[in-house]
Ligand binder design. Sequence first.
Ligand code: BJW
Length: 247
Amino acid sequence: MRGRVIIGRMTIARNADIVILTGAGISKESGLSTFRDADGIWSTVRIEDVATPEAFARDPDRVHDFYNERRAGLQDPKIKPNAAHEALARLEAEWGGDVLLVTQNIDNLHARAGSRNLVHMHGEMLKGRCESCGFVCDWVETMDRQSQCPHCEVDGHMRVHVVWFGEMPFEMDRIYEALNKCGLFISIGTSGNVYPASGFVSQVRMHGTGRTVELNLEPSEGIVLFDEARHGPATRIVPDFVNELIG
Ligand code: BJW
């Protein structure tokens, strides 16, 4: 069994490709809020007011303010990658197969921890996009209705480079291709409420051959679809699970 690792009821080849999906729970212990927990972001603002294209068309100032506050919060020196982000970067560096990290999070903590094979399927808070020419660029400052595109120089068409409800998440072809051929799918810190990410575990079960694991504070909506689960804070269960995989 030298080429394989046994985890619970699963046997994983040490060169199997891995796809990891992360959600807001992995960044909670770094000081960033989740969405649907009792103290989460959606307990203070309504989705319809800040996270749809219609909200932005109706009241751009409100939407800019919502992201300006979170953008500034993310750049607070106290907000740093935690042991879970770091463990996933170590897995990518040391595992024998490909590791693709797909995050729903719009923070930059995975990249700062050292993950490189990374897809931000819901975009990035520290980027802006011009709705006039499509140019995407780093954006660390406040954004407002007067902000100018650094590429086409048109005023007033910049928006935060994130995916709102009703919009298509990024790099879906690349993600489904990886899900269909992975040997292991790991879902971390996500409630499984938001499509299409919530469907990744079913995609692996129906179209792939991979085993499926949930690492979350508590059982998610889709818990019955996973072969294995570990429940507890990400900073404990993610490093423990990575140690089980790579020793
Ligand atoms: C811990 C922890 C600790 C806590 N340790 N764990 C009906 C009407 C209209 C639309 C739809 C509809 N039905 C379905 C849709 C589609 C819609 C959708 O899913 N809606 C549902 C709400 C019903 N989806 C979309 O519109 C998406 N696009 C789409 O579907 O395009 C069409 C298409 C795609 C693909 C193929 C074909 C067609 C776009 C969704 C965009 C989501 N955007 C947001 C905002 C992004 C920007 C921002 O951040 O402001 O993304 S919403 C928000 O939810 C954010 C998150 O990425 C996303 C997921 O949340 P997440 O990460 O799971 O957080 P929580 O809070 O829900 O869960 C945290 C978990 O962590 C919990 O389980 C805790 O227990 C746990 N936890 N502490 C470990 N210390």
